[in-house]
Design a protein around this ligand. Structure first.
Ligand code: NAD
Ligand code: GLY
Length: 363
């Protein structure tokens, strides 16, 4: 089956997202998508042994310099970006060089940030290999790293030149990682596409079983939704914040647990549940719809509460959220399934009740 193409329309910075099976075995596609003579391939110790040789073989004489990092969210730090930049400098790469990010969202965010900052910005191509990266992090140009004070606090908007999502790579992904990626897929249905949410309810088992057609549909629809939002609001002045549904709660879980224990997608899944719960407490979402959200997340095998984080600690981390304005917390909540809103206008008691119900030990 030929690759499906979704375009992120951003005038002169528009780029294609290729979605398909065995794209890494297509040298013509890779060579078409990857600009530049000097190439730096950034990957990690899990992904590089599986897939770097495909990319290197396809590029022939344009043999990339490789940086293979340890695995894990802890790599998303300024010191690791400095290491990557050291390699670019050591190889005397110029402004026409290109960075290839081969891996999940950690590699994409980190390598993208190195590309965004080296010589004030060089080209990069995303080659995402997790479901989460194929549906979300590789698209839209948010790059960056964590600070001990909070998640993704350092970063830049820098769009890739292309995204190459080879769905075959998902076959080596751990089931837990696939489930974490599904949280971001469910997010798209919740924020703006009730039909897609219903499709997910009907096709969740196929997705969990790794059915290629179901996965291709979920990835394509997710990328179409994200591409549309990024086209309308690249720099997150408004609508793009909807993509953060569940993330203020989720980032608090990740930060409070030191980026260990919880996967990003798992924290987002719990955050989606909290956003739905709070939306109901605000009087916006019907009980039956909250139960639909709960059932889908449970069927996806996602954890729905963070017993190890107290509500006070969660509140503290939430206060540093990037959506805050005039130091006032703004949250993405739901008016309905398929209709998100960003608001600071919620009863504080609703937030407190949601935090008490989902953080800390059950009393
Ligand atoms: P990840 O990059 O840590 O990958 C998850 C795990 O899967 C890792 O152990 C990785 O080595 C392994 N892996 C990757 N591909 C594999 C494959 N094909 N086969 C076997 N193992 C494989 O995590 P993730 O869930 O992909 O991404 C999470 C990160 O993405 C977080 O840092 C999050 O903040 C970021 N993110 C960014 C954006 C954005 O817009 N930039 C959006 C969402 C998430
Ligand atoms: N994942 C949130 C965004 O790209 O805006």
């Amino acid at each position: 089956m030929p690759a499906q193409i979704v375009t992120v329309e951003l005038r002169e910075r528009s780029y294609p997202i290729y979605i398909g099976r065995d794209l890494l075995a297509d040298p013509a596609l890779l060579n078409r998508c990857i600009p530049g003579r000097d190439l730096l391939l950034v990957s990690n110790t899990i992904v590089a042994p599986l897939y770097a040789s495909h990319v290197v073989a396809a590029l022939g004489a344009r043999r990339p310099v490789e940086v293979v990092l340890p695995d894990g969210e802890a790599q998303k730090s300024l010191s690791v970006v400095a290491r990557v930049i050291d390699v670019l400098v050591a190889n005397r790469f110029g402004r026409d060089a290109c960075v290839l990010a081969l891996g999940g969202g950690v590699i994409g965010d980190l390598a993208g940030f190195a590309a965004a900052t080296y010589q004030r910005g060089i080209a990069f191509v995303q080659i995402p290999t997790t479901l989460l990266a194929q549906v979300d992090s590789s698209v839209g140009g948010k790059t960056g790293v964590n600070h001990t004070g909070g998640k993704n606090l350092i970063g830049a908007f820098h769009q890739p030149s292309a995204v190459i999502a080879d769905t075959r790579t998902l076959e080596s992904l751990a089931p837990r990682e696939l489930r974490a990626g599904l949280a971001e897929v469910i997010k798209y249905g919740l924020i703006c596409d009730p039909e897609f949410f219903a499709w997910l309810e009907g096709n969740l088992e196929a997705l969990l079983a790794g059915d290629p057609a179901a996965l291709a549909h979920a990835i394509r629809r997710s990328c179409e939704i994200k591409a549309g939002i990024v086209r309308r609001d690249e720099r997150e002045q408004g609508e793009r914040a909807h993509l953060n549904l569940g993330h203020t709660f989720g980032h608090a879980i990740e930060s409070a647990t030191g980026y260990t224990g919880w996967l990003h997608g798992e924290a987002v899944g719990a955050g989606l549940m909290m956003a739905a719960d709070m939306s109901q407490r605000c009087g916006w979402l019907r009980d039956a719809d909250v139960q639909r959200v709960r059932r889908l997340l449970e069927r996806a095998g996602l954890p729905l509460r963070a017993a190890e984080v107290t509500p006070a600690v969660a509140r503290d981390f939430m206060s540093i959220d990037k959506k805050a304005m005039n130091r006032r917390l703004r949250l993405v909540l739901l008016r309905d399934i398929g209709r998100a809103c960003v608001t600071a206008d919620f009863p504080p008691s609703a937030l407190e009740a949601t935090l008490s119900a989902h953080f800390g030990e059950h009393r």
